[in-house]
Design a protein around this ligand. Sequence first.
Ligand SMILES: [Zn+2]
Length: 128
Amino acid sequence: MRPIKGNPPPEWATALIERVCAGEGRREPRQVQWWHSKDAYSSGRYWDGEKRLHITAGTMELDQEMVLLHELGHHLARPTWHHNKRYWELTFKLYDRYGSYGLMAWAVVREGEMHAKANTEAEAYRYP
Ligand SMILES: [Zn+2]
């Protein structure tokens, strides 16, 4: 993993990425960029071609962790999966296996909110 100079992920995030990828027997993303936002919630994006992961970290720590695991889910998933059933099975397994105490409960609420919003707006679920 090659963090971009000036935007390295915090130590806990680097450790979590290493733990997840080692635990799942997969390579780490090639590059991880970590930005900060004053919002409570975080957002993230993953580019499969470049194996690049980008997190804009909000102030709520549990949400940072969830969004990082969400994007790692995209890293581990097949690119064609997007937010399909197999993707969610994989990603909720990551929440369960690697998340801090309370992460799974938070993920159910937060991912549920996103699903509800996407359904209401009748558009493809995009995160966020
Ligand atoms: Zn996603």
